[in-house]
Design a protein. Structure first.
Length: 285
């Protein structure tokens, strides 16, 4: 299905305009054979020109219309433009011109890997100091609530609404195992700690976390180019075989990170004692 900005244009006029601007256009390449990636997608990174990580980020960062998202790739320079940028900067009609190849489709999010990590320790109690000459024992009250966040490998920070839609299952599907995404859990506990002379002590919590990585993928509906001898429309990326119906760029990913939960619903992690020396001048001699 071909969509144009203006609905009353004649095909002959479009062909003439395209030919005038597209004498040096390039035929889409056949692509390099490779194993399918997340969601069965083919990796365009290092295969097609330009920074494909940024291209996918900008392509999928657009607001999706009823007919999908649109993009334009200059196969000579690797430059990418959104539909609005193309109509403003290159050609006032949504038709391929010169080295510019146009495409339309849909973005999705395919899980590629998952692993566990230790999070950064955080202080969970107030500091308590011992300015005396003998060891003290103090009961500490510590508290902690689980954290959930997401980050992208390129581009601006990911919006909270998009992160929620991906990792809660409404866009990319469930992660397939129990983890703490949006399952806020907290604790408050008391524990006795010893405080050596002339030191201060606090409790820390090191959360155990799960990382789920997704790769944004692009499902091709239409792909167009014009070498100057007529417009060509295909339904795979750059006219390659059927394996290239869906693409991704290996270096563009989104990580969802969440504290893990124990079977009883409590945060999973480790409590430690954090000890620092005090200024000797403030301590008893």
């Amino acid at each position: 299905m071909r969509l144009f900005r203006t609905s009353t244009l004649k095909k002959s006029a479009l062909a003439a305009a395209s030919a005038a601007l597209a004498v040096t256009g390039l035929l889409a390449g056949s692509g390099t054979a490779q194993a399918a990636g997340p969601g069965g997608a083919q990796n365009v990174r290092g295969v097609d020109p330009g920074n494909t990580d940024v291209m996918l980020d900008r392509l999928c960062g657009q607001e999706t219309s009823l007919t999908g998202v649109y993009g334009a790739l200059n196969v000579d320079t690797g430059e990418f433009k959104t539909q609005d940028e193309y109509l403003r900067d290159v050609f006032g009609l949504w038709v391929p011109a010169g080295p510019w190849e146009l495409f339309r489709g849909w973005c999705g999010y395919a899980q590629s890997s998952t692993w566990s990590v230790k999070g950064e320790p955080v202080r969970t109690s107030e500091w308590t100091g011992n300015h005396g000459t003998t060891e003290d024992k103090v009961t500490f009250v510590s508290g902690y609530s689980t954290k959930t966040f997401a980050k992208k490998s390129v581009g601006a920070s990911i919006s909270l609404s998009l992160a929620k839609s991906i990792f809660s299952g409404t866009v990319g599907g469930t992660a397939g195992y129990e983890w703490g995404w949006e399952k806020t859990s907290s604790f408050e506990r008391r524990s006795e700690k010893s405080i050596p002379p002339c030191t201060q002590v606090a409790t820390t919590w090191t959360p155990y976390q799960r990382v789920v990585r997704v790769n944004p993928v692009f499902y091709v509906e239409d792909y167009q180019w014009n070498k100057g001898d007529g417009e060509v429309t295909t339904h795979t990326w750059r006219g390659r075989d059927a394996n290239w119906k869906t693409i991704y760029s290996y270096g563009y990913y989104i990580d969802g990170i969440s504290d893990k939960l124990l079977p009883n619903g409590q945060p999973d992690g480790r409590e430690d004692k954090w000890q620092e020396n005090l200024d000797p001048k403030s301590c008893a001699q």
